[in-house]
Design a protein around this ligand. Structure first.
Ligand code: NQM
Length: 358
């Protein structure tokens, strides 16, 4: 399925080995990793198209389904469960209905999702006329051609602190940063403090070795300050370079996830940027153009913009905390069938029940 601006393979949990090491070994063979072209598997040779969702009924009374996100590393034999993915999340509700985990309403369906990676929750609402998922519609999101049915995703406040280092700003390697986590650990950095404009293309930024070296150093230290330990092999924290908006939005972004530069921006990454921009004194506040009366923040990125609704409150100790975050995404069922993993020793994933598509 395509979920937002990402694409992944969605599985029912009981169709995969329960043992994580066996599951991950199978997923590597399914996606074709490690190989930078992923030529022998389903992966699309980029982190944004090398993703897996594992879905199961939830035992949690606050959720209908559990969603475990797995990032299958393209060029290494590694699968990481250390982050969520808000784009792949957009396909979870439709997938849960297709697989009969949630009964569809006659007009629309809301699915309560527990994001297993972080223990946070989300509710996704999408059209299901006549009790079947409708994928077509007129919602448009930057980075995806055409239009599709909207999937409205609401996030209640997350469990962890918004400012995991305990400071609004930190200085790392001589650079001012704000480390924020509103669902995705993210390091905010003014592009100008790393001698780039923030308007370069992802390819130009990835080719800038001086920049990528600095980012690597900053990320390792930020990970430590954020309590994430040694993040050298982790996909978090992400790094977002900020510059003044150019197209009527609140801010321009270029996000490293963390090695490749995102062609747009992750949903929870955007939620973290939006929350960061609302915190007095944080990096980026002076470049951003916010509309104080509105919860909506338009985040510009390399292929357009992402609108996110974000409001903050305060903890009893006076620290900023997320109150509400909401976003519109779209999703599409692309293919439903049997995948034959690379190794002959492994049995194919059993065929799954057919669902209807409109
Ligand atoms: O931040 C890419 C994506 C993501 C993650 C990444 C995401 C999110 O765009 O919620 O969606 O940051 O690795 O799919």
């Amino acid at each position: 399925m395509r979920g937002g601006t990402s694409k992944g393979a969605y599985f029912l949990a009981d169709h995969l080995p329960a043992e994580p090491a066996l599951r991950d070994a199978l997923l590597l063979r399914i996606m074709g990793s490690p190989d930078e072209r992923q030529i022998d598997g389903l992966g699309g040779a980029h982190p944004l198209t090398s993703k897996v969702a594992v879905v199961s009924p939830s035992a949690d009374p606050q959720a209908d389904v559990d969603y475990l996100f797995l990032q299958v590393i393209v060029d290494k034999p590694e699968v990481s469960d250390r982050q969520n993915c808000g784009n792949i999340l957009a396909g979870i509700g439709p997938f849960a209905v297709e697989r009969g985990l949630v009964e569809a309403g006659q007009a629309q369906t809301s699915v309560r999702i527990r994001m297993v990676n972080t223990g946070d929750y989300a509710t996704a609402t999408f059209p299901t006329p006549g009790g079947r998922v409708r994928y077509t519609g007129d919602a448009e999101i930057s980075g995806v051609p055409g239009t599709a049915a909207p999937v409205v995703i609401e996030f209640p406040p997350g469990a962890g602190p918004l400012l995991p280092t305990g400071a609004v700003r930190d200085e790392i390697d001589g650079v001012q940063v704000t480390c924020v986590d509103n669902g995705m650990p993210t390091v905010l950095i003014a592009a100008s403090s790393l001698k780039v404009t923030g308007y370069e293309t992802p390819a130009e930024l990835e080719a800038n070795e001086e920049l990528t070296d600095r980012l690597r150093t900053i990320r390792l230290e930020a990970g430590r300050l954020m309590g994430l330990g040694d993040v050298s092999a982790a996909t978090v924290p992400k790094l977002t370079l900020l510059a003044a908006p150019r197209d009527g939005g609140a801010v321009t972004t270029r996000t490293f996830i963390p090695v490749r530069c995102h062609t747009s921006i992750g949903v929870l990454g955007a939620a973290s940027v939006a929350a960061g921009l609302r915190i007095e004194g944080s990096v980026g506040v002076e470049l951003a153009e916010l509309t104080p009366a509105s919860d909506r923040i338009r985040i510009e990125h390399p292929t357009g913009f992402l609108d996110i609704e974000s409001s903050l409150g305060a903890t009893p100790e006076g620290w900023p905390s997320a109150r509400r975050t909401a976003v519109v995404r779209t999703a599409r069922k692309i293919f439903d069938g049997t995948v034959f993993p690379r190794s002959a020793e492994t049995a194919p994933i059993p065929p799954q029940p057919q669902g209807g598509q409109r």
